[in-house]
Design a protein around this ligand. Structure first.
Ligand code: AMP
Length: 188
């Protein structure tokens, strides 16, 4: 079972992915987490992406596709993968299909967390005040939302055309969102 948790930044994808890991043993593949780990380690890749990430823009497709390729190989035989924050462009979605096909697998389900932008902006302002993540500052978050609307939102049509897209109300409580996601997975 390979699923994509889809939605704009700060929609709650990471939180829900972690619950699925705890409850179902799936492997979470978050390119944002991988890039932050690269930065924390001070690697050459981390240094290369730091400025782009802080600005709120997307790093190149080549970089994130390579990270995912490596993880799919590393976790061969896992019961399922949850893609969180990836793919974010049509080119990434096509690369993911090709990478999974190499392992005889495919995307089974795309769950879209539906949220409204004003609420998201408020959520991120709160997170910035609490955690101080550089790319949560209001200027960067505007860039992240624009990148989502321009480059990532077209994936809705891409996965709808494949009959894989399901929506859940992302504005509900954390537990209610988790219950909706479980219902979608089980009702597949
Ligand atoms: P996230 O935590 O998923 O919001 O990712 C934080 C930042 O990492 C993004 O604003 C991008 O700069 C970069 N990033 C993460 N995932 C991707 C991706 N799939 N494609 C391009 N850039 C990404």
């Amino acid at each position: 079972m390979n699923l994509i948790l889809f939605g704009p930044p700060a929609a709650g994808k990471g939180t829900q992915a972690k619950r699925l890991v705890a409850e179902r043993g799936y492997i979470q593949l978050s390119t944002g987490d991988m890039l932050r780990a690269a930065r924390a380690s001070g690697s050459e890749l981390g240094q290369r992406v730091a400025q782009i990430m802080d600005s709120g823009a997307l790093v190149s497709d080549e970089i994130v596709n390579a990270l995912i390729d490596e993880k799919l190989t590393q976790h061969k035989g896992a019961p399922g993968f949850i893609f969180d924050g990836y793919p974010r462009t049509i080119a990434q979605a096509e690369a993911l299909d090709a990478l999974l096909a190499k392992h005889g697998a495919q995307i089974d389900l795309v769950i879209r967390l539906e949220v409204d932008e004003p609420a998201l902006i408020a959520r991120v302002a709160k997170r910035f005040a609490e955690e101080g993540r550089a790319d949560d500052n209001p200027e960067s978050f505007k860039v992240r939302l624009k990148a989502y609307n321009d480059q990532t939102a077209p994936l809705v049509a891409f996965y709808k055309a494949q009959g894989k897209l399901k929506g859940v109300d992302g504005m509900a409580s954390m537990d209610a969102v988790a219950a909706s996601i479980a219902a979608v997975i089980e009702g597949r």
